[in-house]
Design a protein around this ligand. Sequence first.
Ligand code: DX5
Ligand code: ZN
Length: 217
Amino acid sequence: MSNLIIAPSVLSADFSALGAAAAEIDASGAEWVHLDVMDGAFVPVITFGPKAVADLRPHSRGVFDVHLMTERPENLVQAFAEAGADYITFHIESCVHAHRIVQSIRSFGKKPGLSIVPSTPLSALEELLPDVDLVLVMTVNPGFGGQAMIPSALEKAKRLVELRDERGFDFLVSIDGGVNAATIGAVREAKVDVIVAGSAFFGAKDKKAFVKELRGE
Ligand code: DX5
Ligand code: ZN
């Protein structure tokens, strides 16, 4: 059995029925629920805040993987921690004092993650790699579901997995954006730990079968 963690994103679900979407994710066999928080400033779209996450919490047994695509992520840590997030991931491009935010996430007993957009090099993360539990490599420009994967960003994720293994760090590597039946082969070759899928998951008629297909089972 594959160790790949599948993290369907509710971004592509019907927002009037997010509880049902979270339950659908559980029923599919996926382990994580990916929650895309967008503020209309760091990215053009606005999605939802901590109340939606708190309201969703009883609808799923999955790990809540909160992906903050916001400015000033430091102001949101406590609210999402109290809402029931397990991982809180923010963008290195959105802040100056990333180390302090990582510490703050830990102080609430949550797992800190860092994310980079396709144009940000791995070197931007270097100093923080020993301190985080997750690195989320965006394989599209954040803001929308249903975009085509950027191959150079997937290559970057592959290099990060190699670098992590060489240096003996233990964070998970996640990729986010453009995962579907056509790209999953290349994604598996990158040997990442977590795969986020939004539009392809919610577009799949048989979600259990789609999760298995992502895992290569
Ligand atoms: C994009 C979000 C993604 C999004 C992925 O900015 O961070 O999590 O849901 O959507 P797909 O899988 O459709 O590319
Ligand atoms: Zn995301």
